[in-house]
Design a protein around this ligand. Structure first.
Ligand code: FMN
Length: 368
């Protein structure tokens, strides 16, 4: 039914307009108690066997919403209602910024992919912190806060910008993500080099500990799929060295491999990060590589091209404790989160593993 709706309504609309329209509907449903209770009851993960613990946080299931969908933390309850057990908001930057000019989001429907060059459009750390502070949650998903660099801040001053966001946002973050992997902020991905990443992560850790003393806010880093294998290894080693809680693999890619010749060539040539099905193979490869390197010492989050429960299961077997998605949500619609959790529970039941935690990394351990 969603497929038909997508074809008749969303596909004819500008992708960003469709996004805002969907957002408005989700927020409307959340405002009507009887409706939201009904939807949440139908879609929330309720499989005892999928209970998950990641970086000390307990969750009902491993599947969550990747960053970029709810940049300003306006729909946390709505996304939770749709069955995402954790919601990563952001990327939030130190200062507000409009992002790149439109059109900046493109659907490659035949390839089940998206290209975006949004450029971290967001209301900034102060406004988002105020929203999180005044939030009266209806649902209680785990809320991750993903932070990035303000575009006009020079690369040499990036640490200060991330620290500012950390000071404002860490108090409201169940976990914090340092995003150094978006292709749409010039120079951002240079921060993935260990010489730049070490001081950045150390400063963010220190700032988070300074402003939040009652608990230790888990700190993660999100990396690009375009890193060379040796650079993936270097980030893995650094994560172990710094006692980082997690690595999110991966962000969108600047590569155009994996795109069938199905999408319009003019679309394929659009500048920006490619996500969805064509990203699947590389994201999985990076995840496997990370797990082979860090094992259980750093929690891994698998994202990139996850379309169905089988993809999510493959990420878990490759080492992911948590799995996230974004692009396929656009194509699959509101029942997607539920379908993934349901399918995962079925796979776990017929697998040789007693718990989900036993399955994490099992494929990599087998081949080691
Ligand atoms: C339109 C769009 C905007 C995004 N914005 C962000 C962002 O602000 N911060 C971030 O860390 N990732 C962002 N991402 C990347 C996603 O979080 C995810 O890593 C990537 O899309 C791969 O997952 P997918 O194939 O399931 O979409 C964005 C992705 C899309 C499609």
């Amino acid at each position: 039914m969603y497929n038909l709706f997508f074809r008749l309504v969303f596909r004819r609309m500008d992708p960003e307009r469709a996004h805002h329209l969907a957002f408005r509907w989700i927020r409307l449903v959340v405002r009507i108690p009887v409706l939201r209770t009904f939807v949440a009851a139908a879609l929330a993960p309720r499989y005892e066997e999928l209970r998950t613990e990641a970086f000390g946080l307990r969750m009902h299931g491993p599947f969550g919403l990747a960053a970029g969908f709810d940049k300003n933390a306006v729909a946390i309850d709505g996304m939770s209602m749709l069955g995402f057990d954790h919601v990563e908001i952001g990327t939030v930057t130190g200062e507000p910024q409009p992002g790149n000019p439109a059109q900046r989001l493109f659907r490659l429907v035949q390839d089940r992919a998206l290209i975006n060059r949004m450029g971290f459009n967001n209301e900034g750390s102060l406004a988002v912190a105020a929203r999180l502070a005044s939030r009266t949650p209806v649902f209680k998903p785990v809320v991750g806060v993903n932070i990035g660099k303000t575009k006009v801040v020079p690369e040499e001053e990036a640490v200060g910008d991330y620290v500012k966001s950390t000071e404002r946002l860490a108090p409201y973050a169940d976990y914090l993500v340092v995003n150094v992997s978006s292709p749409n902020t010039p120079g951002l991905r240079n921060l993935q080099a260990t010489e730049a990443l070490r001081p950045l992560l150390s400063a963010v850790r220190e700032a988070a500990d300074r402003v939040v003393t009652a608990r230790r806010v888990p700190l993660l880093v999100k990396i690009a799929p375009d890193l060379a294998d040796e650079d993936v290894d270097a980030v893995a080693d650094l994560a172990v060295e710094l006692g980082l809680d997690g690595i999110i693999a991966t962000n969108t890619t600047i590569a155009r491999e994996g795109l069938g010749l199905r999408s319009e060539p003019s679309l394929v040539e659009e500048t920006g990060g490619l996500s969805g099905a064509p990203l699947k193979a590389r994201s999985l490869e990076v995840l496997r590589r990370l797990y082979a390197r860090v094992g259980d010492r750093v929690t891994l989050v698998g994202v990139g091209g996850v379309e169905d429960a089988e993809d999510a299961w493959q990420r878990i077997l490759a080492g992911a404790t948590l799995v996230q998605g974004y692009s396929a949500f656009v194509y699959e619609g509101p029942f997607w989160g539920r379908a993934i959790h349901k399918g995962l529970a079925a796979r776990l039941r017929t697998s040789p593993y007693a718990t989900l935690a036993d399955a994490v990394g099992a494929d990599v351990r087998k081949t080691a």
